[in-house]
Design a protein around this ligand. Structure first.
Ligand code: ATP
Length: 289
């Protein structure tokens, strides 16, 4: 029997870094939320003891470099599974875009194999396992909206954001998260206030949410790729209430509560970017018009 799992993208409403740790990671505070742009992962059991990755996308490695492969390997080793799996990845999330596509695929594999191999591992344990693959995998195991601390693997659930449209625009460049963190000068950071954002979410306050978004990696990526700033400017011109780069970029998102305005931003950005999407945050509490 085949198992299918959705692997949704995330955006960062806040991304702050506190300091660089002795182990080389940055201590972070992030507010992340899932959006309804998703890869689809299909798992097919194999009698042979092997992991096969298949994808029609030319941008993802189909070997042990794939985070989905690493998730299956981890699961097999930890639970002494002698069977194999073929993992088909239907890629919808742009790659190396700051949307955690690879991490979400890995998380979906952990969730899916938990079902396929009837392991009954609690979600918290899957999330802890995921941290060994990548810092964003733990959040992706749960999805929803959360505050992520530590190197991103400590997750506290937050209320879903107020309902709004999210326009995503990705310029035709990929960004390496590692390179961006390496270029970050911790002394020069203008820290966003995470507590204002979490209060906005608890209060369901859209204006306060818009006012408190922030990402300390944005100036770093913008310096290397000025098109990020241009996209932000266009999004504002076309009427977004708030605009921010997600993760290490280069994808920029713009927020609005009006569908017609979301469409206007989308149409406007199509002239500048190949990849533009209108999505919703998953789990928004109130329906939109
Ligand atoms: P994050 O927001 O977590 O930093 P990202 O969205 O910037 O991640 P990904 O799309 O996860 O970046 O891809 C980063 C790199 O990981 C790519 O260069 C790609 O080669 C590799 N990779 C490994 N597995 C996958 C996968 N399943 N999907 C996409 N990329 C993958």
């Amino acid at each position: 029997m085949r198992f299918s799992e959705k692997a949704p993208a995330k955006i960062n409403l806040v991304l702050d870094t506190l300091y660089k740790r002795a182990d080389g990671y940055h201590e972070v505070e992030m507010v992340m939320t899932t959006v309804d742009l998703a890869d689809r992962i299909e798992l097919t059991p194999l009698r042979e003891d092997e992991i096969i990755i298949a994808s029609e996308s030319h941008f993802v490695p189909c070997d042990e470099r794939n985070l989905a492969y690493q998730a299956a390997q981890l699961m097999k080793n930890k639970y002494h599974i002698r069977e194999g799996v073929e993992i088909f990845i239907e890629k919808q999330i742009p790659v190396a875009a700051g949307l955690a596509g690879g991490s979400s695929d890995a998380a979906a594999v952990l969730r899916g194999l938990n079902k396929m191999w009837e392991l009954n591992i609690p979600l918290d344990e899957l999330a802890a396992m995921g941290a060994a693959i990548g810092s964003d995998v733990s959040f992706c195991v749960y999805s929803g909206t959360a505050l992520a601390t530590g190197r991103g693997e400590k997750i506290q659930a937050l209320p879903s954001p107020p309902a709004c449209w999210v326009v995503l625009a990705k310029p035709a460049i990929g960004v390496s998260t590692k390179t961006i963190y390496q270029s970050l000068n911790i002394e020069e950071i203008n820290h966003p206030d995470v507590s204002v954002m979490t209060a906005a979410l608890h209060n369901g306050d859209y204006e306060q949410m818009c006012a408190s978004i922030g990402n300390v990696l944005e100036p770093v990526t913008t310096k290397l790729h000025p098109e990020v700033e241009q996209i932000k400017e266009h999004m504002k011109e076309f009427g977004a209430d708030a605009v921010l780069m997600s993760g290490s970029g280069p994808t920029v998102f713009g927020l609005t509560q009006q569908e017609t305005r979301a469409q206007r931003i989308y149409n406007g950005l199509r002239g500048y970017c190949d990849e533009v999407y209108i999505v919703r945050m998953l789990g928004s509490r109130t329906p939109l018009d």
